[in-house]
Design a protein around this ligand. Structure first.
Ligand SMILES: [Mg+2]
Length: 199
């Protein structure tokens, strides 16, 4: 896991009396990169069109961005913690070429049906449970109820519900749910999220 909080908390938009501010919690596979299924090596990383630019737009607005991703492939023995870290370093490098950065990468290696003993269990860190979001809130001084979750799976909507955040849903369905806005891509949703956060 890589932690690099930015140093502009006091001047961030929406910073409240306690210095808490809205942030954006991004799912990884199916949101930033193509969900090829258990992406555990950099050769399988393929960015979704417009995603780096969307993240750069959040960065320019001073809004903290965290990645919160379930990586059950670790529990399933398909790849290791180090492989996930390598993928995230690679993603960070690619984003930098687009003037974009992720403030915090968090991942959950757990799954109750895993075969790797250390990770074969339920966890508060596995979405839709709120562990990763709460860790991001602590690290980045986030007001989760003013924050946004963007993802393509029901567990991302469940996470948003668990922490009282708004949600952008990139998956099928999702219409008509309170606090959930369907969009075709992160790039398509970015102006909408920016307008809501900075209003
Ligand atoms: Mg996903």
């Amino acid at each position: 896991m890589t932690v690099s909080p930015d140093g502009h908390r006091a001047s961030a938009p929406g910073a409240g009396d306690q210095g808490l501010r809205p942030g954006i919690l991004l799912d990884r596979d199916g949101t930033i990169i193509v969900d090829h299924g258990y992406v555990g090596s950099v050769d399988r990383v393929e960015f979704i069109e417009g995603a780096p630019g969307a993240i750069a737009s959040f960065n320019r607005a001073g809004i903290p961005v965290a990645v919160v991703t379930n990586q059950a492939g670790v529990a399933r023995g398909m790849y290791g913690i180090d492989d996930v870290t390598q993928v995230h370093k690679y993603i960070a490098g690619c984003l930098a070429e687009h003037g974009a950065h992720i403030d915090l990468f968090l991942f959950s290696p757990y799954h109750p049906a895993g075969v790797v003993e250390a990770f074969a269990r339920t966890s508060e860190d596995r979405k839709p449970k709120p562990g990763m979001a709460r860790a991001a809130a602590t690290a980045l001084s986030l007001d989760l109820t003013a924050s946004w979750v963007v993802g393509d799976r029901p567990e991302d909507l469940g996470l948003a519900e668990a922490i009282g955040a708004s949600a952008v849903y990139l998956g099928p369905g999702g219409r008509g749910r309170q606090g959930v806005w369907p969009f075709p891509s992160l790039a398509a949703a970015a102006p909408f999220i920016l307008e809501r956060i900075t209003a």
